[in-house]
Design a protein around this ligand. Structure first.
Ligand SMILES: Cc1ncc(COP(=O)(O)O)c(C=O)c1O
Length: 386
C-alpha cells in the first residue's frame, strides 16, 4: 500500500472529504502550475494571446495549448485533431445538441440513470423539433453487462437517431458497457453521444476504442486538473458537419477543427494549460496503482455499507470503479442526513435520490483513509438510531 497523499492536496485538513466525485480536487502542484499560467497572461496579455498561445487567434496550431491537447489526447487514446476543450461536459453536450439535426418523430434513446441537466438539454432539443426523448427504464439490481446491452438494444427502433448514454452514471455510479453499445450503433447508423463526465482519470479511458460519434469527459473530476477543464472528442466522420456553439473569429480565420470550436472571444485557457502538469503529477505519484488500491477498498466497503443498512447491493463489482452507490434505509431523509454529517462530523458525502430511493454515493481517493469510511459508516448508523 502506498503512503497517503493528503498533504499534496489543498483540501481543508479538518474535513473528511468523501465526495471527490462531484467536483474533484486539485493537488497543490497542479494548482500552482495553473496560477502560473494566469500570471503569464497578466504580465502581458497581448504577448500571451498573440504570440505565446499562437493558435488561439490565428491559423497556427502550435504552442502550449496544442501541447495540452496532444498530451490529453495521448492520455485518453484519442486523435488530437478531434479534441475540443470545453469548460465542462454540460457545455459539450449543449454543443452536440445544437449541432445534430433532429426531425419530427426522430427518437433520442437514453436511460433513466442519466444526469438531470443533460436530460433537460435533450428534452428541450426534442421538444423544439417534435422529436421524442425515450428514457428507458433500467431497474436495480442490474444483471450482467451482456444482458444490459441486449435489453437496451431491444428498445432501439427504426426511429432511433441518437443514443445518449453515460459512461459512468451519476446517482447510481454504474460503469455502462458503452463500447459495445457504440459498436452496435455504428453498424446500425445511429449517432452515439457518450457523457463520460466521471470517466477520465477514474478508469483507463480509450476514446478510440469506444469509437463514439461524440465523447465528452470532465478532467476536473478524476484527472485532478483545476475546475473548468473538459474535452469533447468529435469522431472524424462528424467533424465537417459539426456546428460551432459560439460564432467568433474562427468563422473568418478558419483555423484547425479544434480551434474553430474553442475560439469564444477572449478566454482564460490557464486551466487547460495545466493538463500536462496533472499528467506529470499522476505519473510521479503512481496514480494508477493508487486508483487500483482505492477501488479495491471501496468495493469492499460498498458491500459492508449495504449489509449494515440491510439493503441489497445494486450491482456486482464488475460495474464499479471509484464511486459506488449504496441504497439507504427507506425512512432516511436525504437533506437531514447530509446536514447531520457535515454539522456533526465535518464529513462531505454525497446523498442523492434516484426514483424513490435515497442513495449514498461513496467516493474514495488516494487522499482518503480507511478510518474515514469507518467514521462515515458509524455516523450514519448513529443518525439512523437517533
Ligand atoms: C453523469 C454526469 N453528467 C454530467 C455532469 C455535469 O458535469 P459538469 O457540471 O461539470 O458539466 C455530471 C456532474 O457530476 C455527471 O455526473
Amino acid at each position: 500500500m502506498l503512503a497517503n497523499i493528503r498533504s499534496e492536496f489543498l483540501l481543508d485538513p479538518d474535513t473528511h472529504y468523501l465526495n471527490h466525485g462531484s467536483f474533484g480536487a486539485c493537488p497543490r502542484e497542479v494548482f500552482e502550475d495553473y496560477q502560473n499560467w494566469q500570471r503569464i497572461l497578466e504580465k502581458n496579455p497581448i504577448d500571451y494571446y498573440t504570440r505565446q498561445l499562437k493558435g488561439l487567434f490565428g491559423k497556427e496550431a502550435s504552442g502550449p495549448l496544442e501541447k495540452a491537447r496532444t498530451d490529453l489526447a495521448q492520455f485518453v487514446n484519442a486523435d488530437a485533431e478531434g479534441m475540443i476543450f470545453t469548460p465542462n461536459v454540460t457545455v459539450a453536450l449543449n454543443a452536440i445538441a445544437n449541432s445534430i439535426e433532429l426531425n419530427a418523430n426522430d427518437e433520442v434513446l437514453t436511460t433513466d440513470h442519466e444526469y438531470g441537466t443533460i436530460l433537460a438539454t435533450w428534452a428541450r432539443k426534442c421538444l423544439q423539433n417534435d422529436a421524442v426523448l425515450t428514457e428507458m427504464k433500467v431497474d436495480l439490481p442490474v444483471a450482467t453487462k451482456a444482458e444490459f446491452v441486449d435489453y437496451f438494444w431491444k428498445h432501439v427502433t427504426p426511429r432511433t437517431k441518437v443514443i445518449l448514454m453515460s459512461h459512468i452514471t451519476s446517482a447510481t455510479a454504474l460503469v455502462l458497457p458503452v463500447r459495445e453499445i457504440c459498436r452496435r450503433a455504428r453498424k446500425a447508423g445511429i449517432i452515439t453521444v457518450i457523457d463520460g463526465a466521471h470517466a477520465v482519470g477514474q478508469i483507463d479511458l480509450d476514446v478510440e476504442g469506444i469509437n463514439a460519434d461524440f465523447y465528452t469527459s470532465n478532467c476536473h473530476k478524476w484527472m485532478l486538473t483545476p475546475k473548468g477543464t473538459a474535452f469533447l472528442h468529435v469522431h472524424a466522420t462528424q467533424r465537417e458537419a459539426f456546428e460551432p456553439l459560439v460564432i467568433s473569429w474562427a468563422e473568418i480565420n478558419q483555423p484547425s477543427f479544434s480551434l474553430r470550436h474553442e475560439m469564444w472571444g477572449t478566454r482564460d485557457m490557464a486551466a487547460f494549460l495545466s493538463i500536462p502538469a496533472a499528467i506529470k503529477f499522476r505519473k510521479k505519484h503512481e496514480w494508477e496503482t493508487r486508483n487500483f488500491e482505492a477501488q479495491k477498498l471501496l468495493h469492499d466497503y460498498r458491500d459492508r455499507f449495504s449489509d449494515t443498512f440491510g439493503r441489497k447491493t445494486i450491482c456486482d463489482h464488475t460495474w464499479l470503479a471509484q464511486i459506488a452507490s449504496v441504497l439507504l434505509p427507506e425512512k432516511i431523509k436525504a437533506g437531514d442526513l447530509w446536514r447531520y454529517l457535515w454539522e456533526e462530523y465535518r464529513i462531505e458525502a454525497m446523498i442523492t435520490g434516484w426514483r424513490d430511493e435515497i442513495i449514498l454515493r461513496l467516493s474514495f481517493n488516494a487522499y482518503n483513509t480507511r478510518d474515514e469510511l469507518d467514521l462515515l459508516l458509524s455516523a450514519i448508523q448513529k443518525f439512523i438510531h437517533k
